[in-house]
Each structure stands twice: as C-alpha cells, then as structure tokens.
Ligand binder design. Structure first.
Ligand SMILES: [Zn+2]
Length: 299
C-alpha cells in the first residue's frame, strides 16, 4: 500500500469513526478527535494508526484505527502470541522447518527439524553451531555411539497469551463491522481492561475463547463471522476468526451484548466452563453473518 493510499484509508476510517461516535452519542472534548476504541482516550488524527483487526502475520487484511500507544504496546505484547502460535502450527504441519536447540551428549547445536508424517528430519545448522561441536557429534555417531539427545523448542506463546490475542481480534472485528455501538456496553469496558493490564485476572479470558477443531478449508476468504446466541437468556455474540499462514486455523470468542444482565455475562461463562452442562448455550444456528475480506476491507 502506497503512502497516499495509507493516508486516504486513515482519513476514511477516521471519518467513519466520527460518524459512528455521533450515532452512538459519544463525544470527544477536543475538536478533530476520536475516542480510541481500545483505551477509550481521545486521540487526534495524527495520534492514530491503522491497525489490523487480525494481525497481518496471520493473514489479516481488515483494518481499523487505534491510537499509537495501544497499537505499539499491545501489538507486540499480545499479538505476538498469535503470530508465534501460527508459526508453530506451520512447522508442525511440515511446511517449514522448526528451529530448535539440540544438545548431543552435552554438545549444544542449533538445528532445523522437518516435522514430516512418520518421520522427523533433523539438520544441524552449520552457521549457527560451533564447528568443534559439529565434529564431536559426527565422531560420536561414526563410532556407533548412541548419544543422548535433548531438544529445546522455543514456542514464543502461552495459552493465556493466545486467548487474550483472540479476544482482542474479536473485539476489533466487532469494531470494524459494527462501529462503537457494541463497545459502549460497560461489560466490553471490562474486556478492554484486560488488554491494558497484564496483571488483571478478571474477567477470566479462558471461558470466552475457543479453538475450533475440524474446520475445513472451504471457508473461502472469510476473515470473521458472527452469530448471536444466549446463555441462560443473557445474550452474547460469538465471533469466529480465521487465521491463515500456510495452514488455516479457526478460533472464536464470546463477547457480551448490551442487556440488563450483561454484568452477569462473565459469571455465567465461567460457570459454563466449570460445570460444562449446567447452563444452556443456545446459538442461533444458520444465522451467521460472514465477512469476506473483499467486501469488508474498505469499511
Ligand atoms: Zn488507545
């Protein structure tokens, strides 16, 4: 994207934000300022950046506006979990070699592992390994010794980290399709709190996020889909997100919808996870709203 395209898109998104704020009765005190959808603080056009709804490193092309601080701070701290998660999926699928540290009888080396079906190929990376160690290992194997191998594979993500990143993508996806209308719900403010403070434990993210297994490739180029449902009559929005590198993974998040009982939403979702069957989650199946990249990228 050229600099003038980027500037044009920024202005388009900015005008859309101003309109959305007006429609939802949100006002900024400064002129030519919008409310950053992540920190809910005012930001002028020059303080805003274009942010991917789903990180570009995992195939996202939809864009929205957030303030520079939120984009920089949360991009590296939160989104990196998602990028590293997908990189690992790529490598376990055998599409790219997996980088690892291997110690052979106490000699450290750097290796590439090809994760193939029925077999794993391991290659010592000459440039990243002390030649003396390579020679010593070669000798051990040529003498018919059976040296012990130890591997360390740096994943660069945690379960909690990926889940927070999924929730953030789902939140931004709601912004990109519905504007501020669903974000002004106070329960959404509690979710925003989690993006800012890594020490916060409430609301618990785990029951709000899912890894969807068994999705087929025929999801086209959809980046996200929605459906509505309710848990014990408290409404929720379920956002499905498609992450793409050389593999496609589908993840999802439950977000609160405005309702008189939305403050009990997190409690109910926590119970669903703990007790599994004691509450009924009803999804309005067959009522998916899908967003192909081609249609929504300029929204
Ligand atoms: Zn912000």
């Amino acid at each position: 994207m050229s600099a003038s395209d980027t500037a044009g898109l920024k202005v388009t998104l900015y005008k859309r934000c101003l309109r959305d704020m007006d429609d939802n009765g949100i006002a900024a005190s400064g002129s030519n300022a919008i409310i950053c959808p992540l920190c809910w603080k005012e930001a002028r056009l020059d303080e805003l950046t274009i942010e991917h709804v789903i990180p570009g490193s995992v195939g996202g092309t939809l864009k929205t506006l957030t303030c520079k601080k939120c984009n920089n701070d949360q991009g590296s701290r939160i989104d990196s979990h998602l990028s590293n998660y997908m990189r690992t999926q790529d490598r376990f699928s055998g599409n790219k070699p997996m980088k690892a540290k291997m110690t052979v009888a106490g000699y450290p080396t750097s290796v590439d592992i090809d994760w193939l079906k029925g077999r794993k190929d391991i290659r010592i990376i000459g440039q990243a390994t002390n030649p003396k160690n390579s020679l010593a290992i070669q000798r051990l194997f040529s003498e018919g010794k059976n040296p012990p191998l130890e591997f360390t594979i740096p994943y660069g993500f945690s379960d909690d980290g990926i889940r927070l990143a999924i929730l953030r993508c789902a939140y931004l996806s709601v912004l990109s399709t519905s504007g501020y209308s669903l974000l002004i719900n106070p329960a959404m403010g509690k979710i925003r709190g989690r993006f800012h403070d890594p020490d916060l434990k409430v609301p618990c993210i785990r029951p709000l996020t899912v890894f969807v297994k068994g999705m087929k490739e025929e999801v086209g180029d959809y980046q996200h889909c929605y459906c509505n449902g309710h848990v014990d009559r408290v409404p929720f929005l379920f956002v499905l997100l498609f992450l793409r590198t050389s593999v496609t993974k589908c993840v999802g998040a439950f977000l609160p919808m405005p309702s008189d009982a939305s403050d009990t939403f997190f409690e109910l979702m926590g119970q669903v996870e703990k007790e599994n069957t004691s509450l009924s989650i009803v999804a309005a199946s067959g009522n998916w709203l899908c967003f192909p990249a081609a249609l929504s990228k300029n929204r």
